[in-house]
Design a protein around this ligand. Structure first.
Ligand code: IVH
Length: 682
């Protein structure tokens, strides 16, 4: 009995967290805590299968693949609504006029009250709750008969598996399953990284996932849901207005969008249409319009239907977010990180409210998979503030004289279009990169800012604004130029915007001061692809001197702790670029140096080969200070606990890392223990 009670408590708690996370977007406990509860419930249910129920949160993970979807006859038909294609205010005014006429209202009668909502761009779904428990989810189908997609809908975390305090015999909730823009972008980003096909748009993403026969695959696609109405309702005291129905659903725990309003008359509709148009780009999901509904359910009944469409509702559209246009050319842009991105130059087209003439093709593989070529007619999508993208080619419109299949290397003849350095694409990477990191004008600002950043050469006062002025003004082209007094002197600096003589002098002092650094910082400052702070430290310890590093080949580089083929390849490509070596030589020539004692080989240090993880707060020093001290003694300080971790140092309020350490049996030190250890090796 105790177990049944524990299971019930766990379910209630997990559902509460699900609601906070997926509906309110305001999680109250860390993910690790949630996972613990979830795993406990899972194991209890496995041990006691007689206590499993269909509305347990563990059932959200997806069951066995299906052969097909069973048909479901809707108790109340799922109708569609008339669409007002006139996207100007006139669309709203015409709807109000029709409603007033049907209701026999004259000029002197009061304005009609309307419930205004968003028109979500996804897939219509009917959720059937019996005595408060989700028993079935079905697609609209032809309106009379849909498909049973219960298994897949269960995996949508914001769909409640049972309603909060609702024992109605039957309550059918209707609404739209959709994919948020963020989830869509993230999903596609992951697919692109793995060279897998991407989704064309969030709507296809939602529809495709719901109709996916393998629920495990469906569960991997992140979907959401908003309710906008009811189907069959038995034993439920239904409110008298549509807005109150939605309010009641929200109280039951069903997701209902906050972007809704009750307004009066045509003027109210027009204002809603305009207000939402202005914020359409900022919404976290796609909409293709708004929906107006007569708010009174009694008036809705009076108005009734024409040809399966209610007279009391209308959808009022916005400009489409997808359009057809022609690819004139394919350009290759060099990003701040040296990443090379193919961009389609388009016949200008009005899409999602603006004129678009460039659209990203993301990378070479994606361009090839979609087989986009110069001369093709393509679908362009621009939604939200996301960069417009080419989502696909209309193959049956391909002209006879279409261009060749896309080949980035061939197209650039192997060289960066901005600086002429060689381009590389590492194994397992989707992107081509320019290797002229220190030299390439497209990467100048970033290279300079990175060079001057706190963990690199730490030049205080050289921030975003100044870097921009120095680079745009042609004063500094490479990081070496900042040490060249003829290029960056007191006069040049004082002539810059908002730079007084005092701050100019301070900056020059900081620059002079930065010349004395460490080898690790210097390597990190070079901004080599895939070489972060930790790798730079490992390299410095291993090679001991810059000359040793410069002389290393891929094999030698892979001898370094945590350096695999990808990092080694990045280093080789960077060092193979004569432009970069020149800048390195200039930097050394201008007096950048590091003390000899840093150049001890790592094997001599007491904590060589040991990995530490720091968590929680320490009294006697900051985590950064502790990290520096440990690293100075040869330790590697990592951000996450694994089997390879030697010690976890847990300060006050240590969280999930401490749990993980205990779980894996990793040694745990408190602050005192750490101090003892540091003393011992002194
Ligand atoms: S009401 C009887 N409200 O648009 C009224 N529909 O043809 C039934 N849709 O397939 C629909 N947002 O999936 C309604 N706020 C909203 C909606 C909405 C999106 C979809 C729905 C339906 C189509 C209307």
């Amino acid at each position: 009995m105790q177990i049944a009670a524990r299971i019930a408590r766990l379910r209630a708690e997990i559902e509460r967290h699900n609601y906070a996370y997926y509906v309110l977007d305001a999680p109250v406990i860390p993910d690790a805590e949630y996972d613990k509860l979830f795993r406990e419930l899972q194991s209890l249910e496995t041990q006691h299968p007689e206590l499993a129920t269909p509305d347990s949160p563990t059932r959200r993970v997806g069951g066995k693949p299906l052969d097909g979807f069973a048909p479901v006859r809707h108790a109340v038909p799922m109708l569609s609504i008339r669409t007002e294609t006139d996207i100007s205010d006139t669309g709203a005014i015409a709807f109000d006029a029709r409603v007033r006429k049907e209701l026999g209202l004259g000029e002197n009668d009061a304005p009609v009250e309307y419930a205004c909502e968003l028109k979500f761009d996804g897939l219509a779904i009917n959720l059937r709750y019996e005595r408060g428990v989700l028993v079935q989810a079905a697609t609209r189908g032809d309106g009379e008969t849909g498909e049973d997609v219960t298994q897949n809908v269960r995996t949508i975390h914001c769909v409640p598996l049972h309603l909060n305090g609702c024992a109605a015999e039957v309550l059918e909730v209707r609404g739209e399953v959709y994919m948020s823009r963020r989830d869509f972008e993230r999903y596609n980003e992951r697919q692109r990284e793995q060279g897998l096909p991407t989704l064309v748009n969030p709507r296809n993403g939602a529809a495709g996932s719901i109709r996916q026969l393998d629920p495990a695959l469906a569960a991997r696609r992140p979907l959401s849901f908003f309710a906008y109405g009811l189907g069959e309702a038995r034993g439920w005291a239904s409110p008298a207005t549509h807005s109150a129905v939605l309010g009641a659903l929200a109280t039951l725990g069903v997701p209902v969008s906050d972007e809704r309003a009750v307004v009066l008359g045509a003027q109210g509709l027009v204002e809603f249409h305009q207000r939402i148009a202005a914020k359409r780009d900022q919404l976290p999901f796609d909409i293709d319009g708004v929906v107006y509904k007569v708010n009174s359910i009694a008036l809705q009944a009076e108005l009734g239907f024409v040809s399966r469409e209610p007279r009391w509702a209308v959808a009022h559209k916005y400009p489409a977010e997808e359009q057809l246009t022609v690819v004139r050319d394919i350009d290759i842009q060099v990003g701040r990180t040296g990443k090379l991105t193919p961009v389609a130059k388009l016949e200008p087209v009005f899409v999602g409210g603006t004129t678009v003439s460039n659209a990203t093709l993301h990378n070479e593989d994606e361009t090839r998979r979609k087989d986009v070529r110069i001369g093709d007619t393509v679908i362009v999508r621009r939604a939200g503030d996301v960069i417009p993208e080419v989502v696909g080619v209309v193959m049956n419109m391909r002209p006879a004289n279409v261009g060749e299949p896309f080949d980035l290397f061939k197209r650039l003849e192997g060289h960066c279009p901005v600086c002429g350095s060689r381009i590389v694409r590492e194994e397992g990477e989707a992107d081509w990169h320019c290797t002229g990191g220190l030299f390439c004008p497209a990467q100048r600002k970033r290279a300079l800012l990175h060079f001057a950043s706190r963990r690199a050469l730490d030049i205080e006062g050289l921030g975003d604004k100044l870097a921009e002025q120095l680079v745009d003004g042609g004063i500094v082209n490479t990081p070496a130029d900042i040490y060249d007094g003829r290029k960056l002197g007191l006069q040049t600096l004082a002539a810059l915007d908002r730079m007084g003589e005092k701050s100019a002098q301070n900056l020059l002092d900081a620059i002079a001061h930065s010349k004395r650094t460490t080898l690790a910082r210097f390597i990190y400052a070079l901004g080599i692809l895939n070489v972060g702070e930790a790798t730079a430290k490992d390299l410095a310890q291993h090679f001991g001197s810059l000359d040793n590093l410069l002389a290393a080949d891929a094999e030698g580089l892979q001898q370094v702790r945590d350096v695999g083929p990808v990092v080694a390849q990045s280093l080789v490509a960077f060092l193979a670029e004569a432009h970069n070596r020149e800048v390195i030589a200039q930097l050394r020539g201008s007096g950048v140096h590091w003390p000899e004692h840093e150049q001890r080989r790592m094997a001599e240090l007491p904590f060589s080969g040991k990995t530490f993880v720091l968590t929680g707060t320490l009294d006697s020093m900051t985590r950064d200070e502790a990290k520096e001290r440990l690293e100075a003694l040869g330790a590697k300080v990592s951000g996450s606990v694994s089997k390879k971790t030697d010690y976890v140092v847990a300060g006050a309020e240590a969280g999930s890392k401490l749990d993980k350490a205990r779980e894996l049996g990793v040694a745990v030190l408190d602050e005192h223990g750490l101090m003892q250890l540091l003393k011992q090796v002194k």
